[in-house]
Design a protein around this ligand. Structure first.
Ligand code: FAD
Length: 464
C-alpha cells in the first residue's frame, strides 16, 4: 500500500493534465486508468482519431475537387481503408505513448485498473487499496444511449462514435442521428469518403446553442457538400436486418411516420457522465439532477478531500475545458490559486470549413438586454481564403455598443479553429473591438478577416 498526496481517477485530458501539474508542484501523484492506454476518450476514441480521419478525408476531397483546378493533375486518388485506419491508430498511439512518457518524466505512478473509492482518502484498484490525501474524479463521459436504438459497435451496423471511428468498411449510405459536433464531424468524414449521409435531428436547427446565422450558413455549406438533413424529426427506433439498417422517425410538425434504410446508423445524440463503479452512492457524493458530479467553484464535491473535473461535472464537454479544470484543481490542492474563466472557452467544429466560437452568440447577447454592435466580414473578401479555394463563410464579432468591449466571436471559414484564439486572448484582456482593429495583421492571412470584422464594428471594413 502506498500513500499519495493525490490520486487522480481517469487519465483523460482532465485527469492526466491534473496529475502532471500536481507533480510539477511537488506533490506525490498517482493516476488510475482502466484502459490499455492513457489519454482518455479524447486521445483514444475522441478528438484525436476523429481529427486523423477528418484530415485524411479532407485531403481526399481536395484531391478530387480542387487539385485539377490548381493544375495538379494525374490519376484519381483512391482510398485504402485499412491503411487509413492504420494511420489513425498510429496517430493515436504516438499521442498516448507521449502521455506515458510525461508520466514517467514527472514521476507519476500509473495505477493500471478500474478504481473505486472506499472512503475519502482510500482508492481501491484491483485488490489493492491506496491512501491519498486528495482524490480527483476525472472519469469522463460515455455515449448516451437512445431509446429504441441498440448500438453494436462490433457488428458495425448501428454504432456510436467509438464504432464509427473503426467501421469494418466504408458504408455506401449512413444515417447520423443528431446534428451536433460529433455527428457532423463523423458524418462529414464518411460523406467525403463517398457515403450518402443523411442527418436526422430532433430540433429544427443543427448544432444547437450556436449562433443562429452560423447555424444557417453551416447547414447550407454542408448541404452543398452532399449531406442531407431531416430536421424536427423524432427517431422512433432502428434495427439491423441482414447487413442493412432501417431507421424509423416521426416528423414533429405533423406526426407523420417515415423510414430510412442505410448501410450504417451512427447514434450521436450526446454523452453522459461516466461514474459507474466508483462507489459514489456509498460515499454520499452528491450528483446533479442530470447525473453529473456536483461541485462548488473550487471543483470540490460535498465530501471533503474529493474533487471532480472534466466531462463528469457540468459544463461543456470539451477536452480543453477538462484540461483547464485539471490544472486549476491541481493548483488548489497544492495550496495555490486555480481559476477557469468559463466565459472564454472556445468551441470548434473541425469540418471543412471549420466553425469556431467563443463568448456570447448574437441571440444570447441580446437576451442580456444590453445594446450590441456586430461587425461581419465575409471570407470572399479575404485574399488568402480565395487562394485556398475556401471563400465561403464569415467572421462575426459581437461587441458592446457602449463600451466596444468584445462579447463574442463566431467564425465559419478556413482556419477558424486557430483564428478564434486571437479573440480568446482579447476577451481575457477585456479588449475592445477597436483594439483588434488597430492591431497590424500579417498579409495574406485568414486572420485578416478577424481584423476586418473588428473594423466593421467601427468605421467599416476595407475589403467589402
Ligand atoms: P475522458 O477523456 O473521458 O477520460 C476519462 C478516463 O477515465 C477514461 O480513459 C476512462 O477509461 C477512465 N475511467 C473512467 N472510470 C474509471 C475508473 N473507475 N477507474 C479508472 N479509470 C476510469 N473535445 C474537444 O475539445 N475537441 C474535439 O475535437 C473533440 N472531439 C471529440 C470527438 C469524439 C468522437 C468524441 C467522442 C469526443 C470528442 N471531444 C472533443 C470531447 C472530449 O473527448 C472530452 O470532452 C474529453 O475527453 C473529456 O476529458 P475527461 O478527462 O473529462 O474524460
Amino acid at each position: 500500500m502506498s500513500t499519495y498526496d493525490l490520486i487522480v481517477i481517469g487519465a483523460g485530458p482532465g485527469g492526466y493534465v491534473c496529475a502532471i501539474r500536481a507533480a510539477q508542484l511537488g506533490l506525490k501523484v498517482a493516476c488510475v486508468e482502466g484502459r490499455e492506454a492513457l489519454g482518455g476518450t479524447c486521445l483514444n476514441v475522441g478528438c484525436i482519431p476523429s481529427k486523423a480521419l477528418l484530415h485524411a478525408s479532407h485531403m481526399l476531397h481536395e484531391s478530387h475537387e480542387n487539385f485539377d483546378k490548381m493544375g495538379l493533375t494525374g490519376s484519381r486518388i483512391k482510398v485504402d481503408w485499412a491503411k487509413m485506419q492504420g494511420y489513425k491508430s498510429e496517430t493515436v498511439s504516438t499521442n498516448t505513448k507521449g502521455i506515458e512518457f510525461l508520466f514517467k518524466k514527472n514521476k507519476i505512478d500509473w495505477l493500471k485498473g478500474w478504481a473505486s473509492i472506499e472512503s475519502a482518502g482510500r482508492v481501491k484498484v484491483g485488490d489493492t487499496v491506496h491512501d491519498a490525501k486528495n482524490i480527483v474524479i476525472a472519469t469522463g463521459s460515455s455515449p448516451a444511449p437512445l431509446k429504441g436504438v441498440e448500438v453494436d459497435n462490433d457488428a458495425g451496423l448501428i454504432v456510436d462514435s467509438t464504432g464509427a471511428l473503426s467501421l469494418p468498411k466504408i458504408p455506401k449510405s449512413m444515417v447520423v442521428i443528431g446534428a451536433g459536433v460529433i455527428g457532423l464531424e463523423l458524418g462529414s468524414v464518411y460523406a467525403r469518403l463517398g457515403a450518402e449521409v443523411t442527418v436526422v435531428e430532433y430540433l429544427d436547427v443543427i448544432t444547437p446553442g450556436m449562433d443562429g446565422e452560423v447555424q444557417k450558413q453551416f447547414q447550407k455549406i454542408l448541404s452543398k457538400q452532399g449531406l442531407k438533413f431531416i430536421l424536427g424529426a423524432a427517431v422512433k427506433g432502428a434495427e439491423a436486418v441482414k447487413g442493412k439498417t432501417r431507421l424509423t422517425y416521426a416528423l414533429k410538425k405533423d406526426d407523420s411516420e417515415h423510414a430510412l434504410e442505410a448501410d450504417c446508423v451512427l447514434v450521436a445524440t450526446g454523452r453522459r457522465p461516466h461514474i459507474e463503479g466508483l462507489g459514489l452512492d456509498n460515499l454520499g457524493v452528491e450528483l446533479t439532477d442530470r447525473g453529473f458530479v456536483k461541485i462548488d467553484e473550487h471543483w470540490t464535491t460535498n465530501v471533503k478531500g474529493i474533487y471532480a473535473i472534466g466531462d463528469c461535472v457540468p459544463g461543456p464537454m470539451l477536452a480543453h475545458k477538462a484540461e483547464d479544470e485539471g490544472m486549476a484543481v491541481a493548483e488548489i490542492i497544492a495550496g495555490k490559486h486555480g481559476h477557469v474563466n468559463y466565459d472564454v472557452i472556445p468551441g470548434v467544429i473541425y469540418t471543412t470549413p471549420e466553425v469556431a466560437n467563443v463568448g456570447l452568440t448574437e441571440e444570447a447577447a441580446k437576451e442580456t438586454g444590453r445594446k450590441i454592435k456586430i461587425g461581419k466580414f465575409p471570407f470572399m473578401g479575404n485574399a488568402r481564403a480565395k487562394a485556398m479555394m475556401q471563400p465561403e463563410g464569415f467572421v462575426k464579432l459581437i461587441a458592446d455598443a457602449e463600451t466596444d468591449r468584445i462579447l463574442g466571436c463566431h467564425i465559419i471559414g478556413p482556419n477558424a479553429g486557430e483564428m478564434i484564439h486571437e479573440i480568446c486572448v482579447a476577451m481575457e484582456f477585456g479588449a475592445s473591438a477597436e483594439d483588434i482593429a488597430l492591431t497590424c495583421h500579417a498579409h495574406p492571412t485568414t486572420s485578416e478577416a478577424v481584423r476586418e470584422a473588428a473594423l466593421a464594428c467601427g468605421d467599416g471594413a476595407i475589403h467589402v
